[in-house]
Design a binder for this molecule. Structure first.
Ligand SMILES: C[S@@+](CC[C@H](N)C(=O)[O-])C[C@H]1O[C@@H](n2cnc3c(N)ncnc32)[C@H](O)[C@@H]1O
Length: 260
């Protein structure tokens, strides 16, 4: 019988993902420290879920602080890399493959004190319906009073620039290899339409050979105001939002329950 190998989005990029992470966030402790404000509100030994863990820098950084960490991702390749990073750092992270809608099949409601969905992940949920379902799953898993931390691109800015090619103006060096990172943005006419981002990492070796790894990713942008309304519908009340229409990214912290 032939073995069927299911390839999900990000399985190719998983192999070279460090070229896409900023130098400041590569050390797990530093990635976790970028959320010090919200981490400071947690009880010790809190239960934390990173539900789009990528290659695991945040999850491993959180585990290094003594938190009980679960890391999930839709991509098998990402989950594998997270488990490898946890082993490398000698930390305990439970890593498993699950997309957002599947999370309630794996965990009881009210399990986590904090859920992270960071690093430009939520736009991969399929439109308003997919996003609503994803946020609903994250909300269910939070205990009352628990918080969701979400970071996002400012799609208002991205869409205003239209379709384009962004070629990195510096080589990025990781694992003793230089690469040029290229983003190709396919901006659809309407906000609601499926958009695409193609990401290519072109590694150049000392002989001048170039090895390119690339993936075409689907995404569905959203306005900040729509996200706020969707969080509210999922039972989450925004406590903090750093949204600024002129900045590239923003962070939202929303808590479960309470007035609102
Ligand atoms: C841009 S990466 C961010 C990774 C990591 N959070 C970081 O900050 O480096 C987006 C991640 O979201 C994951 N993802 C995309 N769609 C998903 C879904 N439906 N459910 C769970 N994870 C998903 C991808 O596999 C990928 O690892």
């Amino acid at each position: 019988m032939t073995e069927v190998v299911v390839v999900t989005e990000y399985d190719v990029l998983a192999e070279v993902y460090e070229w896409l992470i900023s130098e400041a966030k590569l050390p797990p402790a530093d990635f976790a420290a970028s959320f010090d404000d919200v981490l400071g509100l947690l009880p010790s030994n809190a239960h934390v879920l990173d539900c789009s863990c990528g290659t695991g820098q945040l999850a491993v950084g959180l585990a290094g602080r003594g938190l009980q960490v679960v890391a999930t991702d839709a991509s098998e390749g990402m989950v594998r890399r997270t488990a490898e990073l946890a082993e490398e750092y000698g930390t305990s992270v439970r890593a498993l493959q699950a997309n957002w809608e599947e999370l309630p099949n794996h965990f009881d409601d009210d399990t986590f004190d904090l859920v992270f969905c960071v690093g430009n992940s939520l736009h991969h949920a399929a439109g308003a319906t997919g996003r609503g379902a994803a946020l609903e799953s994250m909300s269910r898993l939070l205990r009352p009073g628990g918080r969701l931390v979400l970071t996002s691109r400012t799609w208002e800015l991205v869409r205003s620039r239209g379709s384009r090619l962004d070629i990195g103006d510096r080589l990025v060096r990781r694992n003793d290899r230089d690469a040029v990172v290229v983003y190709r943005w396919e901006i659809a006419p309407q906000w609601e339409d499926e958009h695409h981002i193609e990401i290519a990492i072109a590694q150049v070796d000392a002989t001048g050979s170039v090895l390119v790894r690339s993936e075409l990713l689907s995404c569905w942008p959203y306005r900040h105001e729509d996200l706020e309304a969707e969080l509210h519908r999922a039972g989450l009340r925004t406590e903090v939002s750093t949204f600024d229409p002129e900045s590239e990214n923003y962070t939202v912290v929303a808590s479960k329950g309470g007035p609102g």
